[in-house]
Design a protein around this ligand. Structure first.
Ligand code: ADP
Ligand code: MG
Length: 730
């Protein structure tokens, strides 16, 4: 047997493992060693350049040209000190991965002298020949130019790969007319919008606040399997998930993997990628097994959202690279295996002031609690008003497998806040009246304050089924996909909360103008917001049938598939929202929508080709081969004179196999026809819908029969590693 499956199994049994040994340094000793941190800046920049850089990092403003030269020189000196020869503008195009194009510092002067050069121009801006990145028609081919521009708010870092070291400059990627072509540009705009709106509202309570940042702590789930086995699965190689494969006898039903001891080979791998992450300044803190076999999770200490997103993106890349050293393969896909849990990426989100206050953390005084309540209610209102947009922000072909199915948060967006905060909101809603005296207000504020310690005692995090849960001092958006770039969901969340806060301020100001006292005005508006957004709150089991029905009664949407979910991006309401908050123009939104639809189509198309290929080239041949053995056996039994009774089982098996073969064949042919029809459809929206509703349903039909065949065909004829091998062998 020389199929890849058996070679892989052999290698797994006898192959050598990389043992990296225990790290000999404390984490703090290596942390951010490859990052151009404040300390590195101090060492390598003049006072003037240092101040200028820190200033633009904080304010997000451009650095002036002369300073840029100095910063570039300092950065280069720092990098060369560490053996760096190349640099790249590092950006996050809408393809969902990161992009790099490396240039060396090396250049030749007009007189032929070879030198190393890195000046302010190349630091600030580059024009990658990137015309093949998706742009949704924003850049016509005759003007297919986009450029990357330095984002000084995210520090430069050194990426080590093999023996190569590259200086990476985090950048945004935009078209010449300024329209964004990546994830980072809109995220930065949303951060600015939130900053402005939140500071304005903070100033109702505290005049000292001058800056508010969004914070993000992501929890990254992933699968890790043996690389050689993975390589024997064309579907894993091409699509990142298994398209066929029968469940193994044991799955996750014993719940023996969750929080169990981490297998040694995995432990080695985790330590190794963590070391790389620490050097890059990624503050990883937690690691553990997850529910499904071969599934794990890691999480960092939270950071400012822009940096947190960069770090997550970077980490996904680092994990994949480091896994190779260990002959392992990381699967970031949301649903690599049917029948066991999929992977998500919980996005823990909050807002923090430059005075050190977490705005979603209950306060210590009645007054700070009113501030907490303000930000808390505004977040709920934002989610209520734009639930469809949040759903759209997490839509992808791969995340459909989670959100549509009965395990991860459902596609229905709702908010969980826990018993005590529900009571607090109820009190505000019922006790704040049209005529609301100052004394009423003070008493209510005190009553709320009395209830807050109970909120803190309340184990708010215990509803694991909610897509958007308040967990004591932050909201946790759990419906984000494991492979996603967090930017999409974070940019939407920042924007909708910014929008809500902006309106909140206007509403409060209007009441103050009418003569209301400030805190009374705040209470009044809060009460209106609570009233208006009540139907987004849900405390029960989000996986239940009853909730789906109840949500429908409440008028909440339940978009199970990406093509329909994405429509929320181009509704009039969303266009207005993004326009008002200075995030996207209408044209940009339409372009993005197109890109996302196209991405969906391509992903499903690749899977459709792959499942057809696997069925025809791997599974049918194995089935036919085994059937031939049966036929020979039957013929032999007949020949030696046995009657039909004695080969009844073989006959039946041969017939069953024939049946499955026929079904597979027919379904593959029909799927190809459906694909052709979809491909002939010009309109991207229609094409995506066709891929979703007319092509994709064949996957399950085909898989049903291939998986049945897997159960009956001789194991040694089966070329594709089985679930029990992929999930349990390491
Ligand atoms: P779990 O949800 O698994 O119980 P934790 O609640 O401790 O774990 O933390 C999950 C993530 O939330 C971590 O990455 C943590 O840093 C992050 N987190 C904690 N506080 C905040 C905050 N104020 N803003 C954003 N993220 C936060
Ligand atoms: Mg969590």
């Amino acid at each position: 047997m020389s199929s890849l499956r058996f070679l892989a199994l052999q290698e797994l049994a006898h192959g050598e493992r990389k043992i990296s040994g225990y790290p000999d340094k404390k984490i703090s000793a290596i942390f951010a060693g490859n990052v151009f941190t404040g300390r590195a800046m101090r060492e390598f920049l003049s006072d003037e350049a240092y101040k200028s850089l820190i200033n633009s990092a904080k304010s997000g403003s451009k650095i002036d040209r002369r300073m840029a030269d100095q910063v570039a020189a300092g950065m280069k000196a720092w990098a060369e000190d560490r053996g760096v020869t190349h640099f790249t503008h590092w950006f996050q195009p809408l393809t969902g991965t990161t992009a790099e194009k490396h240039d060396s510092f090396f250049t030749i002067k007009s007189d032929g002298t070879a030198i190393e050069l890195f000046d302010g121009d190349v630091l600030i801006q580059q024009e990658p020949d990137a015309s093949s990145f998706p742009n949704g028609g924003i850049r016509a081919t005759f003007e297919a130019r986009g450029y990357t521009a330095w984002d000084p708010s995210s520090p430069a870092f050194i990426m080590e790969s093999g023996s190569g070291k590259t200086l990476c400059i985090p950048t945004i990627f935009i078209a010449y007319n300024g329209e964004s072509l990546d994830y980072k540009a809109p995220l930065l705009k949303s951060i600015a919008a939130l900053d402005k709106a939140a500071v304005d509202v903070c100033n109702f309570f505290d005049k000292n606040v001058t800056k508010v940042v969004a914070t993000l702590g992501w929890e990254q789930e992933y699968f890790v399997i043996d690389e050689t086995l993975a390589n024997a699965r064309p579907d894993l190689v091409m699509c990142g998930r298994t398209l066929v494969g029968h469940l193994s006898a044991k799955g996750q039903q014993l719940e023996d993997h969750y929080f169990g001891s981490i297998p040694e080979r995995l432990y080695e791998f985790m330590q190794d990628f963590e070391q790389e992450a620490y050097k890059l300044g990624i503050p990883l803190r937690t690691r553990h097994n997850e529910v499904a076999p071969a599934q794990f999770e890691c999480a960092p200490i939270f950071e400012e959202v822009n940096i947190a997103v960069d770090h997550n993106t970077l980490l996904m890349d680092v994990m994949a690279k480091v896994a190779k050293r260990h002959k392992l393969k990381v699967l970031l896909h949301e649903k690599p295996f049917a029948g066991v849990n999929g992977s998500g990426k919980h996005n823990n989100w909050s807002m923090a002031t430059d005075t050190g206050v977490n705005l979603l953390s209950p306060g210590k005084t009645p007054r700070t609690n009113l501030m907490f309540l303000t930000f808390f209610v505004n977040t709920i209102k934002a989610v209520h008003d734009h639930a469809d947009l949040l759903r759209a922000a997490i839509a992808s072909a791969s995340n459909d497998h989670r959100l549509g199915a009965n395990e991860a948060p459902p596609a229905i967006i709702s908010v969980y806040i826990g018993k005590f905060l529900t009571e607090v909101l109820n009190e505000v809603e019922t006790r704040v009246k049209e005529k609301f005296s100052e004394q009423d207000e003070v008493i209510l504020k005190l009553d709320i304050h009395k209830q807050i310690p109970e909120v803190l005692m309340d184990n708010t995090d215990r509803n694991r089924t909610s897509p958007f849960a308040f967990t004591g001092n932050k909201f946790e958006f759990r419906a984000v996909g494991s492979s996603a770039n967090c930017s999409s969901s974070m940019a939407v969340l920042n924007t909708i909360v910014a929008d809500s806060l902006r309106k909140f301020k206007n509403d409060v100001d209007a009441l103050i103008e009418k003569g209301d006292k400030k805190d009374i005005a705040i209470m009044q508006v809060l009460r209106n917001y609570i009233k208006a957004s009540g139907n987004i709150l849900f405390e029960g089991d989000n996986y239940s049938e009853e909730w789906a029905e109840e949500a429908k009664r409440r008028g909440l949407s339940n978009f199970k598939t990406t093509p329909e979910a994405l429509d929320a991006y181009i509704s009039d309401k969303s266009k207005q929202l993004f326009y008002d908050n200075n995030i996207f123009t209408k044209r940009e939104l339409e372009a993005r929508h197109d890109i996302m639809l196209e991405d969906y189509v391509k992903k499903v198309q690749i899977e459709a080709r792959m499942i057809g290929y696997l069925a025809s080239n791997h599974i049918l041949p194995a089935a036919i081969s085994y059937q031939n053995t049966l036929i020979e056996n039957i013929r032999g039994l007949k020949e030696i004179g046995l009657d039909k009774k004695s080969y009844k089982a073989q006959l039946h098996l041969a017939e069953t196999i024939s049946n499955h073969i026929q079904q597979i064949n027919d379904n593959v042919e029909e799927m190809i026809e459906a694909r052709k029809k979809a491909n002939d459809t010009e309109n991207m929206h229609k094409r995506a819908a066709m891929y979703c509703n007319e092509v994709k349903p064949y996957f399950d039909k085909i898989r049903y029969h291939t998986d049945k065949l897997e159960l009956v065909v001789d194991d040694k004829l089966w070329q594709l590693p089985k679930y029990r091998e992929l999930l349990f062998l390491r």
